[in-house]
Write a protein that binds this ligand. Structure first.
Ligand code: HEC
Ligand code: HEC
Length: 375
């Protein structure tokens, strides 16, 4: 977590919840016509299963609106690409609220990296991120940008692309590929990706009542469980409702997940996380950041299992028990994938009872979007 968070937490015992309703954040209620058209084009691209090689997989195949914008197939720890039997090494994170991640940066005062897209921040902005999956061999598997752009040129929405970017837009593949990424990113920035419409949000606005167990969970989440140190629940300084991530990076001491196919190819496979980010390597800070992954948002977490970068945990109860007893029940959890950078101060031995673990889980279940107090 951030040092600044630590200072605020120490002072926040008396802090009052901001109850002034949902702020629009980075989204304007009245986007310009051009922005709307760009986002509409992005929507077509996001759902188009013809854009993989062979056809069959779109962004939405792994980031589904019905699964909290994560992979609907929770059968596997990581996601299967369009080529059957080909798996990535990481569990698919939710693309919801990703628009709120600041650009990848190193804060000299904090001595911490934060922001960026992907679990290791290797894409700074959504536009950079969107350029990855189409060419990733274990995702959409296009051999090159030309093949991918030819599919878009043949798509029913190619005319929209031309209307927005000019009749000659397809002549320059490199430039057109950038524009595809811009359109997808514009779609990912619309409110549908970040609706702030959970029971928790309704509660904060005074429009819903939490059960006593959910309330106990919230109190533990912000207190004894220490979760808010990295998953802030309170609105940010500009009034954006809690994003449940501070976008920093940490090594929780998560064990290896040997069910990931990567181990079949190499039994010594290790995911070094942030240490593999080229910027971090260039900065000479790779060793110190081995095994660190971006703090996940917990919004919609009830829908996004399995959990952690390698999907090693199947249930929220298991996750909370891990935070609670990592250091007291090592026979259950096994050793950390990368021991030398593990966080030993904010988790591992929380002293929570079984009922308290359950209460935190009940609270996490209130973070699912689409809650309506008048069903
Ligand atoms: C085969 C499954 C799969 C497909 C298809 C896929 N993704 Fe992902 N997505 C992932 C995985 C796995 C990660 C995390 C990878 C990592 O951290 O190295 C990810 C990460 C992301 C993130 C970053 C989220 C964060 O919190 O850092 C965004 C945004 C995203 N994908 C959007 C997209 C878009 C847009 C497309 C289509 C162009 C797409 N994805 C296609 C599996 C997929
Ligand atoms: C020191 C920072 C820190 C603290 C404290 C912390 N977390 Fe996390 N949390 C993380 C990081 C980092 C990840 C991603 C780790 C990974 O992928 O390996 C994460 C991931 C998770 C996930 C999995 C999300 C997903 O989609 O895979 C859940 C659930 C979670 N945390 C809940 C909690 C709860 C509940 C608490 C309090 C008991 C808590 N966290 C305390 C940093 C923290």
């Amino acid at each position: 977590m951030k040092l600044s968070t630590y200072l605020t937490l120490s002072l926040s015992a008396m802090a009052v919840f901001v109850l002034n309703g949902c702020n629009e954040g980075i989204f304007s209620d009245t986007p310009t016509a051009a922005q709307s058209e760009l986002a509409a084009l992005g929507e077509e691209l996001f759902f188009d299963t013809n854009l993989s090689e062979p056809a069959g997989q779109s962004c939405a195949s792994c980031h589904s609106f019905t699964s909290g914008l994560a992979d609907p197939d929770s059968h596997f720890s990581t996601s299967e690409g369009v080529i059957s039997g080909q798996f990535g090494t990481r569990n698919t994170p939710s693309a919801a609220y990703a628009a709120y991640a600041p650009p990848f940066t190193y804060d000299l005062v904090e001595g911490l990296y934060s922001g960026g897209q992907f679990l290791d921040g290797r894409a700074s902005m959504l536009e950079d991120q969107a350029k990855g999956p189409p060419l990733n061999p274990v995702e959409m598997h296009n051999p090159n940008k030309e093949t991918f752009m030819a599919k878009i040129e043949a798509a029913p929405y190619a005319s929209k692309f031309k209307t927005l970017f000019g009749l000659n837009v397809f002549n320059d593949t490199e430039a057109a590929y950038e524009k595809v990424a811009r359109a997808i990113a514009a779609f990912e920035r619309i409110k549908r990706f970040s609706p702030f419409s959970s029971k928790f949000d309704a509660y904060v606005q005074g429009k819903a009542v939490l059960t006593s167990q959910e309330l106990e969970g919230l109190t533990l989440f912000e207190g004894k469980g220490r979760c808010v140190a990295c998953h802030p629940s309170r609105p940010t300084s500009d009034g954006t409702p809690g994003l449940f991530t501070d976008f920093t990076y940490d090594n929780l001491g998560v064990p290896k997940n040997r069910t990931i196919p990567a181990y079949a190819a190499d039994e010594n496979f290790t995911d070094i996380g942030l240490a593999g980010n080229l910027q971090v390597i260039a900065d000479g800070r790779s060793t110190a950041n081995r095994g660190k992954f971006k703090v996940s948002t917990l919004r919609n977490v009830a829908l996004t299992g399995p959990y952690m970068h390698n999907g090693v945990f199947k249930t929220l109860k298991e996750v909370v028990s891990f935070y609670n007893t990592r250091d007291t029940n090592q026979t259950r959890w096994g050793s950390a994938e990368i021991p030398e950078t593990v966080n030993h101060t904010e988790l591992g031995n929380l002293g929570l009872s079984d009922a308290e673990e359950d209460a935190i889980v009940a609270f996490l279940m209130t973070l699912t979007d689409g809650y309506s107090s008048n069903p």
